[in-house]
Design a protein around this ligand. Structure first.
Ligand code: HMG
Ligand code: MG
Length: 299
């Protein structure tokens, strides 16, 4: 059975903008997030408190986050790679953070400059401290299906990292198909194995990139399995600067179009959302890759 309602975890302002060649002005980012909230999105990943040299596009996190103070009804998670990042986020009053692990050694090294076990050792006190502060913690697991350096990723590697993050106390996990190589059968296999290993579906979200055009098919498989948290990026913005073959995330508009057709509630106003992505595409100087944005804006 398909769920009645889905929570969209919007990542355009973080996963999308972290990958832009140009740096988007802080005022534009703030307006983007306000417009996403006006379109009905209730979870909007705002930025990352990472090293500014690693991700210069998000170096304005301290300036941006306080500009979102008026969005009281909206959850505004931020990425934190370590204790330094968590402290920066907590000082500004962040109530939701995300740590980000990898299912592979290669990406742990490329993304965090650590081995996989070293990165988990860094996250452990971060998660504990965040939970003590009453903050909601998401744990991302990247490269759950394939890795640009290592190829196909064995399921047991993904399970090991997911159970480690669960045991640390993460409230939810997001299964990342960072380079967009997953197919629906693979998604179902991973979800079933995670359930067997004691990771319940209600703590799982899915995070698909659309490199091979499979993101919606993979999402449908996850919905049939009972997943109700779906990551998506307005206008299909995005990629990952540390994984060459990654393209944009599943576009939020494409997701909402499918969910509307299935009668699944999201609370999102598709017209407003599309207008926001058209506006953002103008700011970035190139059209949105989302098929739904193109179809609805050329009517
Ligand atoms: P490092 O160079 O190993 O850092 O980078 P370090 O721990 O050796 O510290 C070096 C210096 O950085 C020190 O300063 C630290 O204080 C400072 P110094 O003493 O030399 O003056 N530093 C910081 N400064 C500000 N904020 C911080 C911070 N931490 C240390 N948080 C580090 C290690 C983790 C910092 C670095 O690798 C990093 O920032 N990585 C971030 C990478 C990133 O943001 N990737 C994209 C997000 S993941 C993703 O997109 C995938 C996802 O979408 C899911 C999917 O699709 O799979 C989530
Ligand atoms: Mg991503």
């Amino acid at each position: 059975d398909l769920p009645e309602r889905v929570r969209i975890h919007e990542v355009g302002a973080r996963d999308g903008l972290q990958n832009e060649k140009s740096t988007v002005p802080t005022e534009v980012k703030a307006e983007f997030i306000h417009r996403l909230a006006d379109a009905g999105l209730t979870t909007i990943e705002a930025t990352s408190f990472v090293h500014p040299k690693w991700v210069p596009q998000l170096a304005d996190a301290e300036d941006l986050f306080p500009k979102l103070g008026g969005l009281r009804e909206v959850a505004l998670p931020v990425l934190v790679p370590n204790r330094r990042g968590l402290d920066r986020a907590l000082v500004l009053g962040a109530r939701r953070v995300a740590v980000f692990a990898s299912a592979t050694e290669s990406f742990a090294k490329a993304n965090l400059n650590r081995t996989l076990d070293e990165s988990l050792a860094v996250f452990d006190p971060v998660v504990r401290h965040a939970k003590d502060a009453g903050v909601h913690v998401r744990g991302y697991v990247s490269m759950c299906f394939g890795d640009p350096w290592e190829g196909p990723v064995p399921l047991h590697q993904v399970v090991r990292v997911c159970t480690a993050l669960r045991d640390m106390g993460c409230d939810e996990l997001s299964l990342g198909d960072t380079i967009g190589v997953a197919t629906p059968g693979h998604v179902l296999e991973l979800l079933a194995l995670l359930n067997e290993e004691g990771v319940p579906t209600n703590m799982l979200g899915v995070h698909f990139h659309d490199t091979y055009g499979q993101a919606l098919a993979n999402t449908y498989a996850a919905l049939e399995h009972g997943v109700t948290t779906i990551d998506a990026s307005a206008g299909g913005l995005g990629g990952c600067p540390f994984a060459k073959s990654a393209t944009g995330n599943l576009a939020t508009e494409d997701l909402v179009w499918m969910l509307q057709g299935l009668g699944i509630e999201t609370g999102v106003d598709l017209g407003r959302l599309t207008a926001t992505s058209v506006w953002m595409a103008e700011q970035l100087g190139r059209p949105s890759p989302s098929r739904t944005v193109r179809a609805l804006s050329h009517k």
